[in-house]
Design a protein around this ligand. Structure first.
Ligand code: SF4
Ligand code: FES
Length: 360
């Protein structure tokens, strides 16, 4: 009989949860959900080797474990650090983490072009969301951004190397889906680039999935290019009979027109099941699909702005994090003696004057 996995107690931003030993801090935070979950630009639960590249998921470990309560000396990547029993972690309650994350966003944006208005990923780009939530207003970088020779990587996938943040997700996806290595990261340092080696087309039947795992607009769908903005399209879950994949996909529609087909994603923006190139690039007619209904969309997503139905509310955890009900509307009278609440402004003749508030 196999032994049951021991459960470890971990506290993240003052919220305690029991998780199986071996769980990473990031996954423990995902079990709690909401704002305390660190952002992740390179980790992808489906891809074994992923994580540890981008540093957006850094957290502070203020207590190592029950046995050894010393804090960890540096911020640690939560996607690569497993919990210990009694561990205490700070994410949004740590000014150090928030400051470091701001620096990381600035770093990721050093070479990333600010071409969101013309980028097909706009509206569903993890880097765009990350920079809205954690970025600084400006950059301190004066040097020209990286440029690359244009490379054609096949009829269906558009590579914009300047937008790539070298998260390696597409490389691990290709490794997972194909028997031989189709493409990889070439060169070193700021010369690193995703390439197909020998400019060979990515012709594997499932290779379209690299588009879905890319957190930015470095890999986009050529059949959808410049056709529509994602927030004008409505995501709908649908399935078809396919001999290559499960046939379970998400259609992005406007009226009765299917603009784009993608894999279905979960609330962490990760693909649930890989779909084949046929379903993704060739089935753009309503007759190809059996519509199941509108996809569930997080309320915070820009896609839900189009009065979309079945949006999912984001859990509100702030009272657990700060240990009391938050005071969203602060009464000035509670904190200041300057005004006198018993003075009713509507009963004063004419405009209020400092004399009206003088203590008698
Ligand atoms: S192309 Fe996209 S998925 Fe691939 S490494 Fe660059 S950012 Fe990551
Ligand atoms: S998500 Fe953890 S380092 Fe990138």
């Amino acid at each position: 009989m196999s032994e049951a996995t021991p459960q470890f107690k971990v506290t993240i931003d003052n919220i305690t949860i029991d998780v199986p030993a071996g769980t990473t801090i990031l996954n423990a935070a995902r079990m709690i959900g909401g704002d305390i979950t660190p952002p992740a630009m390179c980790y992808y639960s489906k891809l074994k080797e992923s994580g540890g590249k981008c540093r957006t998921c850094l957290v502070e470990v203020s207590k190592g474990s029950e046995k050894d309560p010393r804090p960890m000396p540096k911020l640690v990547p939560s996607c690569r650090t497993t919990v210990m029993d009694g561990m205490e972690v700070k994410n949004i309650t740590s000014p150090k983490v928030l400051d470091a994350r701001k620096g990381i966003v600035e770093f990721l944006l050093l070479n990333h072009p600010l071409d969101c208005p013309v980028c097909d990923q706009a509206g569903e780009c993890d880097l765009q969301d990350l920079s809205y939530e954690h970025g600084a207003e400006g950059t301190r970088y004066d040097f020209p951004r990286r440029t690359f020779e244009k490379e054609d990587i096949g009829p269906y996938i558009q590579l914009h190397m300047t937008r790539c943040i070298l998260c390696y997700r597409c490389v691990f996806t290709a490794d997972a889906l194909t028997e031989k290595r189709e493409h990889g990261v070439l060169e070193r340092g700021d010369h690193s680039e995703i390439s197909t080696l020998l400019n060979k087309s990515l012709d594997n039947e499932f290779i379209g999935n690299v588009i879905d795992v890319c957190p930015v607009g470095a890999l986009t769908d050529k059949t959808f290019r410049f056709k529509n903005r994602v927030w004008f399209t409505k995501p709908v879950d649908a399935h078809c009979t396919c001999s290559k994949c499960s046939g379970k996909a998400r259609l992005w529609m406007r009226g009765n027109e299917i603009y784009r087909v993608t894999a279905r994603k979960n609330k962490w923006n990760e693909v649930e099941e890989w779909i084949c190139n046929d379903c993704r690039f060739h089935k753009k007619e309503l007759k190809d699909w059996v519509i199941e209904g509108p996809s569930v969309i997080e309320r915070t997503s820009v896609i839900s702005q189009g009065h979309y139905v079945r949006t999912q509310p984001t859990p509100v955890l702030i009272n657990k994090v700060i240990g009391k009900e938050p005071n969203f509307l602060l009464s000035i009278h509670d904190v200041s003696d300057v005004n006198r609440p018993e003075v009713s402004l509507s009963k004063i003749d004419g405009p209020a004057h400092s004399n009206d508030f003088k203590h008698k």
